[in-house]
Design a protein around this ligand. Structure first.
Ligand code: HEC
Ligand code: HEC
Length: 368
């Protein structure tokens, strides 16, 4: 074998080294580029999930926590002293009275008719529907008539009022042309004055608190209930009647006089959002007492207790518009009813996002 001169040997070693170093350099660059690309797409699709989760018809409760104080857009109800004089004033005041003391007029011993469970609209629409994050009436009148996801048709103002009489008050709607319903409408119109259709002033409905990574737990909720709720709403959840027996000082949370299972409060996200910013009674969204987790768990406990049932198979005829925490099937996905009721909700949101990106699928899931 011929001996390679030493210089040549060194040159070969050098160029081999350079080749190795250069290829290592390119491999690294490639890896950095690829990981940047994948991280980028991952965070983009994550952003999409968040965006879709907070959009109103997948879920009324989103993955992103709402910012609660935005002074620029905060709604304030017009002060009572500003109710205009004359006949309309009488109607507005009467409407307000009916909302604050509904049980007195329409409860089991109602002065006008015994057609509901004795609760007041105000029990859930606090301060006659003027409080932020407490199901206020700011935007209601301006937004109706409106296509309703639950009814599948165009709902009039009276249809929406009727919904709460039938579900939250587990009863019947008074005659739509009655003085009482017309007075309620006069009040809704007055309280929501200056609002534009399609608007969403800060503090409407309830806070969409972030989903937990687990199912809400009725057992943990019982502990919260004992500590924070029982003193007013009672160990048996039946609340406490006022002395005149017509309305409640502390309204019932379950049992025969409570809202039925077709009511908005029976959806966990609505209950948790309401309770976080309004209970124990006396607090508001600036001073919540419960942690998000406690609000979810106590919601699970209360909504696991018995209450009146409402047949609701005809609700949400377009299943793609059904909120993910609607506790009764059918659903446009394979998740069981128990998961739709208690969570975990994030996998359902992720599935819905996927479903929506395939055109035609939602259509196929719609019932005739
Ligand atoms: C047990 C609690 C509860 C009671 C009592 C109750 N509601 Fe409601 N109401 C709700 C909830 C929760 C919502 C929001 C529902 C949703 O988004 O699914 C709502 C929504 C409404 C809306 C629609 C608001 C909007 O901006 O679109 C109106 C109007 C309404 N209720 C009227 C009434 C009237 C009138 C009464 C009394 C006859 C009443 N409610 C009693 C819980 C209640
Ligand atoms: C200090 C007494 C008090 C405590 C403690 C309290 N609540 Fe209430 N709660 C009330 C009153 C009073 C109302 C009705 C408000 C009104 O009509 O203005 C109410 C209304 C409600 C409502 C809506 C009406 C209904 O009956 O469905 C829910 C839901 C509710 N409370 C849940 C809770 C939960 C959960 C807790 C514990 C975390 C709690 N409350 C703690 C006094 C209390």
């Amino acid at each position: 074998m011929q001996q390679i001169p030493q210089e040549k040997q060194l040159a070969i070693i050098y160029s081999a080294k350079t080749v190795v170093i250069l290829s290592l350099f390119f491999v690294c660059c490639g890896l950095i580029f690829l990981s940047a690309y994948f991280l980028g797409t991952a965070s983009k699709s994550k952003a999409k999930i968040v965006e879709l989760a907070t959009s109103s018809n997948i879920a009324q409760s989103g993955a992103a926590s709402a910012k609660l104080t935005d002074p620029g857009k905060t709604w304030t109800a017009p002060p009572e002293e500003e109710i205009p004089a004359g006949a309309s004033a009488e109607a507005i005041r009467y409407g307000r009275e009916l909302i604050a003391n509904t049980g007195k007029y329409f409860g089991p011993k109602g002065k006008i008719a015994a057609i509901s469970n004795g609760m007041n609209c105000q029990n859930c629409h606090l301060n006659a529907g003027t409080k932020l994050y407490a199901n206020n009436y700011s935007i209601f009148f301006a937004n109706y008539p409106k296509k309703g996801a639950r009814s599948g048709k165009t709902d009039q103002v009276t249809d929406r009022i009727s919904d709460c009489f039938q579900r939250s008050l587990n009863g019947q709607m008074p005659d739509r042309s009655s003085k009482e319903i017309q007075a309620m409408i006069a009040y809704f119109k007055w309280v929501g004055q200056g609002q534009k259709k399609g608007g969403k002033p800060e503090g409407t409905a309830t806070e969409k608190i972030p989903y937990l990574n687990r199912a809400a737990d009725p057992k943990k909720g019982l502990l919260v209930y004992r500590k924070q709720c029982q003193s007013c709403h009672g160990e048996d959840g039946a609340g406490q009647k006022a002395q005149d027996q017509l309305t409640y000082i502390y309204p019932p949370l379950w049992g025969e006089n409570s809202y039925n299972d077709g009511a908005g409060m029976y959806r966990l996200s609505n209950f948790a959002g309401f309770v976080k910013n309004n209970m124990p009674y006396g607090i508001d969204h600036k001073s919540p007492v419960l942690l998000d987790e406690e609000a979810w768990d106590v919601a699970a406990y209360v909504n696991s207790r018995p209450r009146p049932h409402r047949e609701q198979r005809k609700d949400y005829p377009d299943l793609s518009k059904k909120p993910i925490d609607a506790p009764y099937g059918p659903y446009p996905d394979p998740f069981p009813a128990v998961q739709h009721k208690y969570g975990p909700f994030r996998p359902i949101v992720a599935y819905s996002v996927q479903l929506r990106s395939k055109p035609g699928i939602n259509q196929a899931q719609t019932r005739p």
